[in-house]
Write a protein of this length. Structure first.
Length: 409
């Protein structure tokens, strides 16, 4: 994947490593509301260490004997971190939750509320991140970069996590949208990479060689979705289109969403130098409400942008997305023409991405810098934004999440 330009490229980076241990990356959700104390949904404040949100939910569901579908959450959190977040559990005895004793999970408090917690019910996230192996000037360098980000906003790129460990989820989404099952199968089941373990590498090599039975024999059971599609290809005489039918709908949506994200990043990269300046025809995003409007008079609206009340936005393409006009609109339409898709084509049977506008930048607040065996950066971001994009600017490392220690949890 092509490198994305920095907003603060005129300043040096501090380099370093993150996530040497989970405690180097602490995330605390800032809730949108507090539970009222009554209702059928049990709200739980929890701290997890070395577990993804999905892993924690699965463990809790088994512990209180409910379906994972009965558990709500406001946001997904990294496994290689210590995270504090809130979940809701429908129709369970609060005492059973309080009595839970699960590895890597600490129950902080239990209350009740009338509705299920849903994705996005979140005011933001507070991050406290230690960057190790940096020079003595790291604090001063980081301060200059963070000052600039506070003034102009943080580029709202989708982080590398969006594109998977193989950095190809957007390619899978593109193949789905184009209806190219063979390309999807080669990307999903073939193309071994240096980061693959030896078992997976050999299985992908066998797939590329056309020996699908040998690939299936080698494929690890832990990669169940890939294995299921590969088994379907063996059953259906290598017919990728038939095999594609077994792909889980949630994965289809994930891959299509990754392609939306990739296209957004490309448009943001074009505007990186002026991401804080409104242009005629921009669709301005209102940070306080999430609403958007078409900019007719950029000079009149710019003071609001200077206060980070509103920002230029980019599209997450879909059938109902509002496209920009003028120069920004031309860039959006040229990109669609380049990839050979229209907004209406961002759909598959059973999966539809309506489309939305996403701000090109987001505010970073409550910034603090300390020193304790490295530079410790603390800051708040709105939901849906990536701390790694702040770290990219500060560290000047293209992939901050990969600049971590071998003993990361």
């Amino acid at each position: 994947m092509e490198p994305l330009p920095f907003l603060t490229d005129s300043y040096p980076g501090i380099g370093g490593r993150i996530k040497v241990v989970p405690e180097d990356f602490i995330v605390e959700e800032i809730p949108l509301y507090q539970p009222c104390g009554e209702g059928q949904h049990v709200y739980v404040g929890l701290e997890k260490r070395g577990l993804s949100t999905y892993q924690a939910i699965s463990a809790i569901a088994q512990g209180v004997r409910v379906s994972s579908k009965d558990i709500g959450y406001a946001g997904l959190k990294d496994a290689h971190a210590v995270t504090r977040q809130m979940i809701s559990i429908d129709g369970v005895d609060p005492g059973r939750v309080e009595a839970l004793d699960l590895p890597g999970i600490k129950i902080l408090w239990v209350s009740q509320h009338r509705n299920k917690l849903k994705m996005g019910h979140l005011a933001g996230n507070l991050f406290t991140i230690r960057v190790r192996d940096v020079g003595e000037d790291a604090r001063s360098v980081a301060q200059v970069v963070l000052n600039e980000l506070q003034r102009r906003g943080v580029p709202n790129y989708f982080g590398e996590q969006r594109f998977g460990s193989r950095e190809n989820t957007h390619l899978l989404g593109r193949a789905l949208l184009r209806g190219d099952a063979d390309v999807f199968a080669r990307e999903y089941l073939g193309h071994p990479q240096s980061g693959d373990n030896s078992e997976v590498y050999a299985a992908r090599e066998a797939f590329d060689a056309g020996d699908y039975r040998a690939a299936l024999a080698r494929w690890p059971s832990s990669l169940s979705e890939e294995r299921r599609m590969l088994a379907a290809m063996v059953r259906n005489r290598h017919d990728a289109r038939q095999a594609l039918r077994v792909l889980d709908k949630k994965l289809r949506r994930l891959f299509m969403s990754a392609y939306q994200s990739y296209l957004f990043n490309r448009l943001l990269a074009q505007r990186i130098r002026t991401l804080d300046r409104l242009e005629e025809g921009d669709v301005a995003f209102i940070h306080a409400s999430g609403a958007a409007f078409l900019v007719r008079d950029p000079v009149a609206e710019q003071p609001r942008a200077d206060r980070l009340e509103i920002s230029p936005s980019g599209p997450l393409f879909g059938p109902k997305v509002l496209l920009a006009e003028g120069g920004p609109g031309q860039q959006e339409r040229e990109l669609l023409e380049e990839v050979g898709l229209s907004p209406a084509e961002f759909r598959l049977p059973g999966v539809r991405l309506k489309g939305a506008r996403r701000p090109l930048r987001v505010p970073v607040t409550d910034v603090q810098i300390a020193w304790d065996d490295g530079a410790i950066l603390s800051f708040c971001l709105p939901p849906g934004s990536y701390a790694t994009e702040v770290l990219r600017e500060v560290m000047k490392t293209e992939s901050p999440s990969r600049a971590r220690g071998h003993n990361a949890g």
